[in-house]
Design a protein around this ligand. Sequence first.
Ligand SMILES: [Zn+2]
Length: 136
Amino acid sequence: MSDGFVALTKCFYCGGPGDILLNRRPQHPSSVVRQAHGAVINMEPCNECKANMKLGIILIGVDDAKSDPGWNKQRIPNPYRSGLYVVVREEAFRRMIGESPARDYALQHRWMFIDEEAVTALRLREAVEQNNATGT
Ligand SMILES: [Zn+2]
């Protein structure tokens, strides 16, 4: 729980520690700072995710059926996450995902949500087990 003066946010991509947020008015606890603690407040990757985005494309497993309707229309999309987080080299990603606007987006922004059905179809978990270097 934040005291309203310092908050540690959560990384959108991996859920790990994100930014440290400081209240710039030291005499007043800030509810914005308090609510930001442990929360995802923007789409900025943490240092680890930033490094992963240089290595490849981050794939984040989601389960559409368990997600709230309209999750993809929110400012910070928040679908139900299955727990899968893998980094796939760009060449492998291009082989894996057919040409589509979603693929173009992923190549540009270096990440994408991937539905559990596709995770199963692509045998992504098996691929991660065989090559731990790309897992987390
Ligand atoms: Zn991260």
